[in-house]
Design a protein. Structure first.
Length: 135
């Protein structure tokens, strides 16, 4: 069994995390400036999260299905996402090995990594907030 008990728990953790990222001007403004729509597709359990910065004004966080067409799409097991937010996954290596499948302009996706790295400190706080052990 994976880290997340079910889709509901996965979606809850990711939504809280991205809302915390949104509250951090140093991260959110840099993401907004990209005007990208990035979609994360998770499996085991299944989940879907879209970050929409397309208007260059606001970061929108959409959990579940949406009609938005992503510019960058990242597909992975939910456990890989968990390891990533703990700072334990090398994204370029995970893409090369197929653990993460990236569609769209991958260099743009990789350029976002330094922007969101400060969220590594937020992720354990989110887990604590919902009463989950980091494991």
């Amino acid at each position: 069994m994976g880290y997340f008990a079910n889709t509901e728990e996965l979606n809850k953790v990711m939504e809280i995390l991205w809302n915390k990222i949104k509250e951090q001007p140093d991260m959110s403004q840099k993401l907004i400036d990209t005007k990208l729509v990035v979609q994360f597709k998770y499996r085991d359990p299944d989940g879907l999260l879209t970050i929409d910065c397309s208007d260059g004004q606001e970061m929108k966080i959409i959990v579940g299905a949406t009609n938005l067409k992503p510019i960058i799409e990242m597909s992975m097991k939910a456990d890989i996402a968990h390891e990533f937010w703990l700072g334990k996954t090398n994204i370029p290596l995970a893409i090369m090995s197929g653990k993460i499948v990236s569609k769209g302009p991958t260099p743009k996706a990789l350029a976002l990594l330094p922007v969101i790295q400060p969220a590594y400190t937020l992720y354990p706080l989110v887990l604590q907030e919902i009463g989950k052990k980091i494991a």
